[in-house]
Design a binder for this molecule. Structure first.
Ligand code: TNX
Length: 486
């Protein structure tokens, strides 16, 4: 039970061996559409690697020795929504959870206990009890600076699921591109969707495509949080509709990487109509509770206008039946106690949000910004946080103590943003995200008292074989004593 990542809450090995039998079944109690989908998510990678048939059956009766048992239990409330218990003994591996989400988290552990690519299909016996530390374990992908296709986002969702992450925040709009079709404002994608950093072709999701992402995420118990960045970072929208500009004239589309130069014309009522329409359509596409309104780096929006805008928009989000989250800057406005803020660089402003009762998602740039270079030799990425961000930097911090002065219970969790100014391919995306996202997944999941860098780096070294098996293009950090060869 040694290379588990993120590290479970409790692991008690018992010195025996379980062997997955060639005739093993995956036994399901109860067997419903939902639990059957979870069983398939376990069966598929195991069938591929082992060549075993691994049929899924309803109920455990008649399951041969060496089978996998999955069950929903009503008896163990201590596991919470995402917790699970896994008992491995020589006869069987038995996974139980209170909720399907817990079962889904647990099958990731089952996969990690068995070999990555080839037999013998053995696992050590013992008992694991596990549940996440934080309810928000997020990754953010910037699809605005460069566009990433549906299949690429689905790949990201698979890798997130494997690391027990549960929030995908999509940064859907920025100066360089508008990536979600809005029926009531079609030029947003027609014009604003056509550009990207460096003059690439851009792209956007139709609402049907976006729904496919949301569904794919939902099947992995991952909530999609869509972000439309307002009232700054809006050149793509301004280029699409002249009436949103203070001058009444549309600028050209933008392909550079400066920030802070664009703003909706906040003295024009049409800007509010625009925001309301967009948020309404986005809410209808969003089964999750949150809509992210951006709100960052509004260097060309007067402060008073900004605060008024955030307050009105926050009410619109509520009217659309959703909870408002924005970057820490929204702490300058009067917030509803339900609204959440995402800390990234300015502690003072984030604390203003927390002082109003807002919960915080912690994304300190020096620890979680996956667009920062690993070292001077990293060919892509930025360096504005003032140093490099190696794997250990991502690991050695705590979301609840990073910002002194936060009220107890204010931290919803952690999120790792990946801004895409400097790359456009899936291979580069993976290179920047991995293995740092492995470290951050553990920060988000594992109790602080259980975490240690020296233990983590050894487990990550073994985890490398699993990343290899999934074809992940990760950065082979010199900090990790990799077992796999490159
Ligand atoms: C700051 S973080 C930004 C983004 C950039 C990023 C680059 C934040 C809320 N705004 O617009 O892409 O830095 O690291």
């Amino acid at each position: 039970m040694k290379n588990l990542l993120p590290l479970p809450v409790s692991v008690t090995p018992s010195n025996g061996t379980f062997v997955l039998a060639p005739e093993a079944v995956i036994a399901l109690t109860p067997s419903t559409d939902e639990t059957a989908r979870i069983a398939q998510a376990l069966a598929e990678p195991l069938r591929r690697a082992s060549g075993y048939r691994l049929p899924v059956q309803a109920g455990a009766a008649g399951a041969p020795k060496g089978s996998l048992l999955l069950a929903i239990t009503r008896l163990d409330a201590g596991l919470g929504n995402e917790g699970y218990e896994l008992r491995v003994d020589p006869e069987r591996m038995a996974l139980t959870a209170l909720k399907p989400a817990g079962l889904f988290r647990g099958i990731q552990t089952v996969r990690q206990l068995l070999p990555a690519t080839e037999g013998p299909w053995r696992a050590e016996t013992g008992v694991i009890r596990d549940a996440p530390r934080f309810v928000w374990r997020g990754f953010m992908l910037d699809v605005a600076r460069h566009f990433f296709k549906v299949e690429e986002v689905q790949r990201v969702l698979d890798l997130m699921a494997f690391h027990k992450l549960n929030v995908l925040h999509l940064h859907l709009t920025d100066d360089q591109g508008w990536r979600i079709h809005i029926h009531s404002w079609p030029n947003l994608t027609k014009v604003g969707g056509s550009s990207a950093v460096g003059g690439g072709p851009g792209g956007f999701y139709t609402q049907e495509q976006y729904k496919a992402i949301v569904e794919y995420a939902r099947a992995r118990y991952i909530t999609v949080v869509p972000e439309v960045d307002l009232p700054g970072h809006v050149n793509a929208a301004l280029a699409s509709y002249p009436e949103l500009n203070a001058s009444g004239q549309a600028p050209a589309v933008y392909t550079g990487t400066e920030v802070g130069f664009s703003s909706l014309a906040l003295d024009r009522e049409i800007s509010y109509k625009f925001a309301e329409d967009v948020l309404r359509e986005l809410a209808a596409l969003t089964p999750g509770p949150f809509l992210h309104i951006g709100g960052d780096e509004t260097h060309s929006t007067p402060d008073e206008d900004y605060r008024r805008f955030v307050e009105r928009i926050q009410a619109l989000v509520q009217k659309a039946g959703k909870v408002c989250i924005g970057w820490e800057e929204i702490g300058r406005a009067r917030l509803l106690p339900t609204s959440a803020a995402q800390y990234w660089v300015n502690g003072e402003t984030a604390l203003k949000a927390a002082a109003q009762g807002s919960r915080l998602v912690m994304s300190p740039a020096t620890k979680t910004y996956l667009d920062q270079k690993y070292n001077a030799g990293t060919p892509i990425g930025l360096t504005w946080t003032g140093g490099y961000t190696e794997v250990q930097d991502c690991y050695d911090w705590d979301p609840e103590t990073f910002l002194p002065g936060l009220p107890a219970g204010a931290v919803l969790g952690m999120e790792a943003p990946l801004w895409s100014e400097t790359f456009s391919t899936l291979a580069d995306l993976e290179f920047m995200a991995f293995p740092r996202l492995c470290a951050l997944a553990e920060v988000a999941w594992t109790p602080a008292a259980r975490r240690s860098w020296t233990d983590f780096r050894t487990r990550l070294a073994g985890h490398g074989a699993r990343l290899n098996a999934q074809g992940v293009n990760y950065y082979p950090s010199y900090q990790i004593p990799w077992e796999a060869s490159f």
